[in-house]
Each structure stands twice: as structure tokens, then as C-alpha cells.
Design a protein around this ligand. Structure first.
Ligand code: CA
Ligand code: CA
Length: 204
């Protein structure tokens, strides 16, 4: 414990962050090292372009959205504590942690993970995924393939994108307001193992 607790001194609010996020001291140290590497000018905060150096995100077609999720609306920088709080959503769920009713849902609970994923779509943060917002994500996700396969006939046409979005809305939209609320989003993903999908191995 001795050596790690001394380096933990560099991390502001380390104990509180561990309690809040469920990360261990070793995780936190590792994340702090990574943060410092990304923080090239050593100001203790990251800007969106600093995330360009994260290899796990390099090929992700929706990387700009994921990076955006680290920043609160109107904020251009993120400090270490917020960085860790966002990453906590990607931590695999604990199976043996006893839940205390008074504790808020941990960031890696299925609900918090779903909310995080929902916000990646709901860019205007009005609590609903509109047809246009859904289309935008599909375009980004499939856009990468479109450029790679430009010359083939496999290209996803705008028309096909529209019909994929249309079908997704029709299937999820239970109250027929032509948009997907969080509850509708959750219900439509009930069969998907969100914990598995969102456990990005950022710590490796
Ligand atoms: Ca919206
Ligand atoms: Ca709806």
C-alpha cells in the first residue's frame, strides 16, 4: 500500500473519486497516468483535441460524440475528476457489490450506462431522440463503411438510411410522438446486453 498511497497524493480527491466511481486505487493511478500523457501542456485539463491521442477511439465512427460526452454543455475543458466520472460508465458492472438503498446508482449500473448511450444520440438534450438525431448517428456509423466501399455496390444509400431510421423509430416509439424517449430506448434495448457492449477496456 505504501508506494501507491504516496503517488495517490498527486491525485486530487482520490478517496472520494474511488468511492464515487468504484475504481480501485490501482485503476485511478493508471487513469491518472493516461490523463497526464494526454494533457500535453500539463494544465490539468483536457480539450477535445487531446482525445485524438486515445487509440481506443481512433477507429470509432462516433468518436466525436463519445469525446463530446466528456464535456458538460458549454465546457471546453475537462479535469481529471470529470474524466474519471465519465469513464466510470464504461466500467463493467460489479456483481458482488452490495447495494445500499441510500447510495445513488453507481455510474456503471445498467441504467446509467443506458442514459450515457442515450445522450450520445440526444445531442440537443431535450430527452428525446428525434428522427433527425437518429439519422445523424446512423450516417456517422455507416458513413465510414460508405467511404471504404465507395467503389462497390454495397454502398448504403441515403434512402436506405432513411428506411433504417424509420423502422427503428416505428419499433421503439410506443407513445407515437415520432421520437424515442429514454423509457422507449430502454425498452427497445431490453434484450441487448448493455453491460457487455459498454465495457470498453480502457484500462488495459
Ligand atoms: Ca433530442
Ligand atoms: Ca415516443
Amino acid at each position: 500500500m505504501g508506494s501507491s498511497s504516496s503517488s495517490m497524493d498527486h491525485i486530487p480527491d482520490a478517496q472520494q473519486l474511488m468511492q464515487e466511481t468504484g475504481f480501485s486505487a490501482a485503476h485511478l493511478l493508471r487513469l491518472h497516468e493516461r490523463f497526464e500523457v494526454l494533457d500535453k501542456d500539463q494544465r490539468g485539463e483536457l480539450r477535445p483535441h487531446d482525445f485524438g491521442a486515445v487509440p481506443e477511439l481512433a477507429l470509432n465512427p462516433i468518436r466525436d460524440r463519445i469525446i463530446g460526452a466528456f464535456f458538460s454543455p458549454g465546457q471546453e475543458t475537462v479535469n481529471f475528476a470529470s474524466f474519471v466520472r465519465t469513464l466510470a460508465h464504461f466500467r463493467p458492472s460489479d456483481t458482488n457489490r452490495t447495494r445500499d438503498g441510500a447510495q445513488p446508482d453507481p455510474a456503471n449500473s445498467s441504467t446509467r450506462k443506458l442514459k450515457f448511450a442515450f445522450r450520445l444520440y440526444d445531442q440537443d438534450r431535450d430527452g428525446k431522440i428525434s428522427r433527425a438525431e437518429l439519422l445523424e448517428v446512423l450516417r456517422e456509423m455507416l458513413g465510414m463503411q460508405v467511404t471504404e466501399e465507395q467503389e462497390t455496390e454495397e454502398q448504403v444509400t441515403e434512402e436506405q438510411l432513411q428506411s433504417i431510421a424509420e423502422r427503428a423509430i416505428q419499433e421503439a416509439d410506443l407513445d407515437l410522438d415520432d421520437a424515442i424517449s429514454f423509457d422507449e430506448f430502454r425498452k427497445s434495448l431490453e434484450k441487448v446486453n448493455i453491460d457487455h457492449k459498454m465495457s470498453i477496456r480502457f484500462l488495459k
